[in-house]
Unconditional design. Structure first.
Length: 108
């Protein structure tokens, strides 16, 4: 296995302000193939790796959606819980008697 230090741009959505360094262990034979091919193409291993990650992200749907989707889902769950609580309170507070009947009952 060979460790390769990589730096790549990270989406601002995750609040990183610059580059992130990652260490990836890959088999020696694979590294040599990547190094040879990238040299033939006149590209760095860093550039090839970034392209591979971008292609993978573009082809693979996120399992849980985007952060915005998760936030919207959490907000929806919260709102539904509050609406259910309001409905329960509303049902408990509903009195089928008229105002006159309530006043008469309170005087007794």
């Amino acid at each position: 296995m060979r460790s390769v230090g990589l730096r790549f741009d990270v989406i601002q959505e995750y609040r990183y302000t610059g580059l992130v360094k990652a260490t990836v262990e890959i088999p020696e034979a694979l590294y040599r193939q990547i190094k040879a091919r990238s040299a033939l193409d006149g590209r760095s291993i860093r550039d090839v790796t970034i392209e591979a990650y971008r292609r993978w992200l573009a082809e693979t749907p996120a399992p849980y959606g985007t952060i915005e989707d998760e936030r919207a889902s959490a907000a929806q769950v919260w709102l539904e819980a509050w609406e259910a609580l309001a409905a329960d309170i509303g049902e408990a507070a509903t009195d089928g008697r008229t105002t006159r009947e309530i006043l008469l009952a309170d005087r007794r």
